[in-house]
Design a protein around this ligand. Structure first.
Ligand code: SME
Length: 185
């Protein structure tokens, strides 16, 4: 009886080890990463055969605004003659023109990098468009080396955005720009 048990245990061991190896080889997605992965699929479906930049940016901002929790503003500023000009968005009316280097959007555009602001009240020069906003993330959009503008998201929650948001939103804007590539703007 005891011999049988010992053999069974020994036989099971390699299977457990293999399963463990498999699970460590493929990192599990966090719920946030899963959400962004599903947004990529939804964005591709929204863009599909449509190539109008304004229509696509409008649907993209609506997708983000309605799918991401605790977001009170989501939209675009496009680069026009050295300043950022308001594009399609969801949320309260916002300031129309932002000079390069001004506010979170202008700094992200000038530095060509994603900026996460955990508390907008501590960001020098932050432009308050909605008094409800407490944190913000701004992601620049590039067509190759050329800066097209920025995607801006605001939240009423302090510290709402993290590196996973930055990664997910960067992937989404890459999908968006790749789709729009070659358009006459
Ligand atoms: N807060 C931004 C301005 C745009 S609104 O948030 C929509 C900024 O500081 O650039």
């Amino acid at each position: 009886m005891s011999k049988t048990l010992t053999r069974k245990k020994a036989a099971k061991k390699p299977a457990k080890t293999a399963a463990k190896k498999r699970s460590s080889a493929v990192p599990r997605q966090t719920p946030k990463q899963k959400l962004y992965a599903s947004l990529v699929v939804q964005l591709l479906s929204l863009l599909k055969d449509e190539h109008d930049l304004i229509a696509n940016a409008a649907n993209f901002s609506a997708l983000l605004f309605n799918s991401l929790p605790n977001v009170n503003w989501a939209g675009f500023y496009f680069l026009r003659d050295d300043e950022l000009v308001l594009g399609p968005f969801q949320g309260n009316p916002a300031c129309v023109r932002i000079p390069m280097g001004t506010g979170v959007c202008g700094v992200a555009a000038q530095q060509c990098e994603t900026i996460i602001v955990p508390n907008v009240h501590e960001f020098p020069g932050h432009i308050a468009c909605d008094v409800a906003s407490n944190s913000e993330i701004v992601v620049p959009l590039f067509d190759g080396e050329r800066l097209l503008g920025v995607l801006d998201l605001d939240s009423p929650n302090i510290g709402r955005f993290d590196d996973q948001d930055a990664e997910g939103l960067n992937e989404l804007v890459t999908v968006f720009v790749a789709h729009e590539e070659g358009l006459d703007r």
